[in-house]
Write a protein that binds this ligand. Structure first.
Ligand code: SAM
Length: 286
């Protein structure tokens, strides 16, 4: 995979030389290039921003500078093509614009982006990038994702780009040494948070590791971990429990969730309008 990151602070992205992403770059698993947006300016002051039309505080990043940068980088791989019906093979560069006004970047979005051959991340500063930039590349046939890393406002898109490159990069084949460690993680296919983890020593500050983990009994350990994941998710992220697919829950899971105040409703019975409602989890009123 190739990822281009465009920013006015290339040094901010130096952290991508470290750890697993740095190793993946050196191993040729990830072709990551960081560019200074000012390389595409044409004036003596290397200006990338101007005052907002309509007035108001702050500055806005100019579309012409971004356009020159993105035209150069986005077309370095294949030209964009709108996939034919039923063809979900990604082609052309996918433009990712970090913005607090975007859709929330989730593990699902990371998984989708990890299937792309070429991502270009456009890091905004000031009040953000002129809105015509995203519109222009979308109408030219590129996939364009405006994504937020959470409901708070940062000074620039660089930290968001670090988050996205790391979340996507670790999903590429060969980047994480033991691919099994990706399977049971929080926000994985099970839709749960991960169970608590422990290591040596077995006793620390008068706290013992749960006995079951020392038992060597794999089935019991697996069940305990699943129960812990359900309990943790119910306590910390009830929105994730509400989004669980009841089809993926066995009888024991349903009993654990019932003990935590959640029950499966709908599915078997017909809805009030005569239609079959789909099964879902609902919190039982206390
Ligand atoms: N005026 C913008 C708004 O209210 O939506 C905020 C601009 S912010 C100060 C400057 C840049 O930081 C944005 O263009 C974006 O690149 C980045 N940024 C800030 N918060 C972010 C977030 N939660 N997720 C992703 N990018 C963010």
């Amino acid at each position: 995979m190739r990822i281009d990151v465009v920013t006015i602070f290339p040094d901010y992205l130096a952290a991508l030389d470290l750890s697993l992403v740095g190793k993946a770059r050196r191993a040729g698993l990830l072709d990551l290039r960081v560019h200074d947006l000012r390389e595409w300016t044409t004036d003596r002051h290397r200006t990338v921003d101007d005052t907002p039309f309509g007035g108001g505080a702050g500055m806005v990043m100019r579309p012409d500078v971004w356009g020159r940068a993105l035209d150069d980088l986005m077309l370095e791989t294949s030209a964009p093509t709108v996939p034919a019906a039923g063809d979900d093979v990604a082609r052309g560069a996918h433009l990712v614009v970090p913005t607090p006004a975007g859709e929330v970047f989730t593990q699902r979005r990371a998984e989708e982006l990890a299937t792309e051959e070429h991502l270009v991340l456009a890091c905004g500063r000031y009040e953000g990038i002129d809105a015509r930039v995203a519109e222009h590349y979308r109408s030219a046939g590129h996939r364009v994702s405006e994504l937020s890393i959470g409901d708070y406002v940062l000074n620039g898109g660089e930290v968001a780009a670090l988050v996205m490159v790391e979340a996507v990069g670790r999903l590429l084949p060969g980047v994480v040494g033991n691919p099994h460690s990706l399977v049971e993680e929080s926000h994985g296919a099970a839709g749960l948070l991960e169970y608590p983890v422990y290591t040596k020593p077995p006793r620390w500050e008068d706290r013992e590791v749960p006995e079951v983990l020392l038992s060597g009994h794999h089935a019991r350990i697996e069940r305990w971990r699943r129960d812990q994941a359900l309990e943790r998710t119910a306590a910390r992220r009830p929105d994730m429990v509400a989004a669980l697919d009841p089809e993926l829950l066995d009888r024991h899971d349903r009993e654990v969730l019932a003990g935590l105040g959640w029950q499966v409703v709908g599915g078997a019975a017909d809805g009030p309008d005569g239609r079959r409602s789909s099964a879902r989890l609902e919190r039982v009123a206390e």
